[in-house]
Write a protein that binds this ligand. Structure first.
Ligand code: UT7
Length: 329
């Protein structure tokens, strides 16, 4: 019998420092009331130490996972890191995480798929496992979003937080558990609505680009909002339909945590009862690629083996998608 891929462990890490709405409202012209009503975020975790980057967050999450699962670094064969906030443009943040946690027998690479990075990582890991060539793949998703947030821009600075999570993906032949289906899409029209203007091979960093504050997130919020609602709702409907399921069959919806109003709209359209939706946006904010796996990490004690989970995310690119899986432990 051909082996399926299954998530067998989840680790996570949130930096200790908190940036709450009171502190933000002293930095820009905003209020706790506006942020709570329009976005649903009360506070976010921030890695304030400028000498620590995304690899630190990812490494902490991997260490958490390894201690819980009691696995040794040398057992890992592949380590992927989904991130939009790499330590450096090169080399990969995944290779820095490997070094930090003592992973010596694996190859490592990064995935740039913005907020959908964890879903893309799971899709790749599933392919590796199903090929029969690998038995232990680590999918890390980590983001130091605070490094690219402009704390003078009230439209974006309340939204994002820092954090990291890691999932172990292994083969199984057991019935009723495992990653069943992944459905992913990209529409490059999204570039204009959400990007960083400078610091890449187009418009390299210069004094002028820094003066123009072009190394921060640029987002046209309402355009992104509309696409996020309609595209996540549609991809959830499509993956349910092609697996002969309805919202009723799903034990947990795990949506990307960008805005509580987006989550509510997707929940309404997928007809999954609210009490079966993972939500942690209020105290974490939007941690981009780390958002979905940080939900899994926080809710793991409430999950039962075999539970049917629908993961969905949407982000810059645009890239969005859904993963349908049955919980593995
Ligand atoms: O994870 C990656 C994908 N990203 C997303 O999914 C984010 C999608 N977008 C959103 O979540 C929302 O569009 C935002 C939270 C970014 C903005 O919410 P909105 O309801 O779309 O607000 P808006 O941009 O239409 O602005 C409404 C008003 C404006 O004032 P006027 O022009 O009506 O007078 C803004 O200037 O709210 C004002 N505003 C604020 N007021 C107080 C914008 N930001 C703030 C703020 N505090 N922080």
């Amino acid at each position: 019998m051909k082996a399926k891929a299954v998530i067998t462990g989840i680790g996570g890490y949130l930096p200790e420092d908190i940036l709450d709405n009171q502190e933000l409202s002293r930095m820009v012209d905003t209020t706790d009331e506006w942020i709570m009503t329009r976005v649903g975020i009360k506070e976010r975790h921030i890695l304030r130490d400028p000498h620590l980057g995304t690899s630190y967050l990812g490494a902490c999450a991997v260490k958490d996972l390894m201690s819980k699962k009691n696995i040794k670094p040398e057992e890992i064969e592949v380590i992927l890191c989904a991130t939009s906030t790499p330590d450096n443009i090169f080399p990969s943040t995944a290779s820095k995480i490997a070094e930090a946690v003592g992973i010596k027998n694996a190859f490592a690479f990064d995935i740039q798929a913005a907020c959908s990075g964890f879903l893309v990582g799971l899709n790749i890991a599933t392919g590796f496992i199903e090929s029969g060539r690998y038995k232990k793949v680590l999918v890390v998703a980590a983001e130091k979003m605070s490094f690219m947030v402009d704390y003078q821009d009230r439209q974006t600075c309340p939204l994002f937080g820092d954090g990291g999570a890691a999932a172990l993906v292994e083969p199984t032949t057991e019935e009723g558990i495992g990653i069943v289906d992944c459905l992913l899409h990209t529409d490059g029209v999204g570039y204009q609505h959400l990007h960083m203007k400078s610091g890449g091979s187009v418009s390299p960093a210069s004094h002028d680009t820094v003066e123009r504050r072009e190394h921060y997130i640029y987002q046209e919020g309402s355009a992104v909002f509309k696409h996020a609602v309609s595209d996540m709702s549609q991809v959830c409907a499509d993956i349910l339909e092609r697996n002969n399921l309805t919202g009723e069959d799903i034990d947990w919806l795990v949506p990307h945590q960008a805005n509580l109003r987006i989550i509510d709209a997707v929940v309404k359209r997928t007809a999954i009862p609210h009490e079966r939706v993972m939500i942690n946006i209020e105290h974490i904010g939007n941690t981009s690629a780390a958002s979905v796996p940080l939900c899994l990490w926080e809710y793991q004690d409430r999950l039962k083996k075999g539970d049917k989970l629908l993961l969905t995310a949407f982000g810059a690119g645009f890239i969005w998608g859904a993963v349908y899986l049955q919980w593995g432990f």
